[in-house]
Write a protein that binds this ligand. Structure first.
Ligand code: ZN
Length: 417
């Protein structure tokens, strides 16, 4: 008697399961070692994966209400983007052009650009408008094979506007299939009205914003832009420690431009991840490894800024640190929803292998957003988030760049593309 189930995807040239004998993110050589089932199939019931194996074996065990023939193409878990800023109004295309002509950050800022211009636009926009503007971006993430994202606030920078952004993130998660994990980023920048009064803004974050975010259950993580001239180590420690003690999990934008010690702080506080890390020190890499802090690298920003100082991905991987890749999708420094594009940059510019890049955008990214137990690999009981790619091998995801290769996307067991 065959067990009746909802869905079988069969005839995959390569079914990349991302299963691993050990729990936790894959590190070192394990990032490169993939389980590939040739002529593979995956069995799904309701919103969960129940089995993987050869197509023949799966067909012998299960009777599915629906079967999708992958037609000799590649099937992977849905991609996970562990760092995005998807809710904002306006855009910064003028700034992009100014930068190409050689304008400095200061000049752009003086001309009304930079993050402050996005903050201005977000404050003006209503909740309804922000939902409306953000929806097509989420569709774009899904169409590129991404099924879950971390989604940050951080362009409001007042109590009301930060809560507004987080409610938009919550509401977006209810009206379309992409799953959004909410992250409070009130400490993204010092708002213009607090220039020269940073301590008062830090107080606003801890005394009003974080309690309200927790009270309204609007975020799972608290993030901070830990950087010279923005939130320095002491302020970052104070805010993150406060957030942690009040029940939020923590992550950091760390060591992006200067080796400030953000990685070391992430290790000290037990952050789930430290992100960017272009200027991370060797000491920081060692401290992160010791505490299991996941390095989330965002090479799309380095690329967009036309810089060459990519984060030391090889050093981080070869040292055995857990690491993930993300887009850092945002209007200023990386206006790109496509993780496959980021995988191409990671391979060509940071010398990661295609297998490492896929590990970094599936199972390791799942751990970086606190979902390692339920997402990121094809294992019995995990959520059925899957992508069928129009390619013979997973290596084509970073190799065949600049076009969309995702043929079908399945979220919670339902085909959404
Ligand atoms: Zn960011």
């Amino acid at each position: 008697m065959k067990r009746r189930i909802n869905l079988i995807i069969k005839n995959a040239s390569e079914l990349i399961t991302m299963r691993s004998a050990k729990a936790g993110p894959r590190c070192g050589h394990d990032m490169h070692e993939l389980e590939i089932i040739a002529d593979g199939a995956v069995a799904v019931d309701k919103d969960k994966i129940i089995d993987v194996g050869r197509s023949k074996t799966i067909a012998a065990k299960y009777q599915a209400a629906k079967t999708i023939d992958a037609g000799g193409k590649t099937v992977t878990p849905g991609l996970i983007d562990a760092h995005t800023h998807p809710v904002f109004a306006g855009d910064r295309s003028n700034e992009f052009e100014m930068r190409l002509k050689g304008a400095t950050y200061q000049e752009i800022s003086a001309a009304g650009g930079g993050i402050k211009s996005t903050v201005k636009a977000v404050r003006k926009a209503s909740e309804k408008e922000l939902v409306h503007i953000s929806l097509p971006r989420l569709e774009s993430f899904i169409s590129c094979g991404t099924t879950t994202i971390d989604a940050k606030s951080g362009y409001g920078l007042t109590l009301d506007d930060e809560l507004k952004m987080l409610r938009v993130i919550r509401d977006l998660g209810k009206i379309q299939p992409l799953e959004l994990i909410p992250t409070f980023l009130g400490a993204h920048e010092i708002p213009p009205e607090y220039q020269g009064r940073k301590n008062e803004y830090v107080k606003l974050i801890t005394e009003q914003m974080i309690p309200a975010v927790i009270n309204d259950k609007l975020a799972e993580f608290c993030d901070i832009f830990c950087e010279k001239g923005v939130f320095e180590i002491e302020e970052s420690r104070y805010i993150l420690d406060f957030a942690r003690k009040h029940g939020l999990k923590i992550k950091l934008h760390a060591d992006e431009f200067a080796p400030l010690g953000g990685a070391e702080l992430a290790a000290e506080l037990g952050a789930i991840s430290a992100d960017h890390l272009m200027a991370v020190s060797d000491k920081g890499i060692r401290a992160m490894k010791e505490k299991g802090v996941i390095a989330v690298l965002l090479p799309g920003t380095t690329f967009t800024l036309g810089l060459k100082n990519y984060a030391p991905a090889r050093k981080i991987i070869d040292n055995g640190n857990p690491m993930a890749l993300a887009t850092d999708f945002n209007p200023g420094t990386c206006f790109c929803e496509s993780l496959p594009a980021i995988m191409n940059i990671a391979c060509t510019q940071m010398k990661m292998t295609p297998a490492e890049a896929l590990t970094a955008t599936t199972i390791n990214a799942a751990w970086a957003i606190g979902r390692g137990e339920s997402l990121g690999s094809m294992e019995r009981g995990k959520q059925a988030d899957l992508v069928i790619w129009n390619i013979p091998s997973y290596k084509h995801i970073p190799y065949h760049f600049g076009v969309n290769l995702a043929m079908a996307v399945i979220k919670r067991g339902k085909r959404v593309i």
